[in-house]
Ligand binder design. Sequence first.
Ligand code: HAM
Length: 433
Amino acid sequence: MNYQRPKGTNDILPGESEKWQFVEETARLLFGDYQYQEIRTPMFEHYEVIARSVGDTTDIVSKEMYDFRDKGDRHVTLRPEGTAPIVRAYVENKLFGPEHKKPYKVYYTGPMFRYERPQKGRLRQFHQIGIEAFGSENPSLDVEIVAMAMDYFNQLGIRKIRLVINSIGDKETRAAYRQALIDYLEPFEAELSEDSKRRLHENPLRVLDSKDKKDKPIVVNAPSILDYLSEPAKKHFNAVTETLKYLEIDFEIDHRMVRGLDYYTHTIFEIISDAPGMGAQSTICGGGRYDGLVEELGGPAVPGFGFAMGIERILLTLEQEDVLVPAINNLDAYVVGIGERTNMEVLKVVQAIRGFGYSADRDFMERKAKAQFKSADKQGAKLVLTLGEDELEKGQINVKALASHREKTFSLEEVYQQFNEVYDEMMTFIIED
Ligand code: HAM
């Protein structure tokens, strides 16, 4: 029996999960400012949805799918990414209809699954935060989305990042470039990796994305796709670069960047972390335009643009850049009970405090008073309320503010009826001169 978690997965434990909440919450707030709404789709999809969108010859579909036949003999797969499922949902729910806002903007967060070789920053179950926007071909939308991703990292306190962009144009561009690439690669066919030999005629763009040592020196001198852009593709890409400059967003162009998914058209981009210690997996965000995908999955000709960021890699970057993640779960009140007979009343007090919207905690381990005070201190309680058997008899409770050392006895009634006033009174610091 193996009682260990599956290879390439993580348990996200308390202490760590607060950081996840911070990263997710920051995204929710920022994406909300840009008028994105949350969408949640199933964790698994019909195999075809992913294969059609991401592409049969990509590593994701040909090597990394967690696919299986369910008990009804349907070929399904855990989702390896969020875009294909969302496009499927967009078409199925007719979100292109006139009653919906355009562009239709959604964000998502959740686990994705790829059977990859695990290493630092690369997992088999990993998590993405992503967005998709449907319905506009306007290059300003490309830039707004890239700017939002940069804004997000800036808000988190991540500084050592680099924006890399490219265009892979439209259908016409890719047809012309495909031929140029085949013409360039064919003389090297014998030297290419096995994967690349196979892809040379199936999908030569994938050869550019190869991580194989054999392919890399060959790919370096491949022709640039930017020299093959059709007129409309050139116009779009120029508008994107001009707008980025106008908004003073720094970027680099990498004409060899193609990304690992087949659905892209026109603008594609990646945000790379240059923090030392990121290792090989330094791409923290990737995305681009996918103008043919909605149609490919049976919908109308609606353009799309989106990105996804790896949460594990964001957390690694925060760590590498020594960004302090703010603690979010602080404790307003700790209630110390002394003597067995106070057990029930102490529970009533913490419940009452929580009822007023404050956080409260108490001891359940029959600890002595001293140890309870220590717990209060350790948990960073702002107020410590102490109830002994004598106080219980008198219907009173002692309240102490830990920062100012102010202490006062209140009636239990006051705590039950108006804890907010007790809290305010005790937390108002009297500055004595
Ligand atoms: P992707 O480049 O495959 O794009 O993944 C986006 C990000 O997810 C990567 O940049 C990385 O941060 C993270 N990531 C990917 N694989 C792993 C892994 N095995 N372990 C840890 N992190 C990983 C997409 O998924 C597209 N759906 C993005 C998109 C949205 N394009 C348009 N809309």
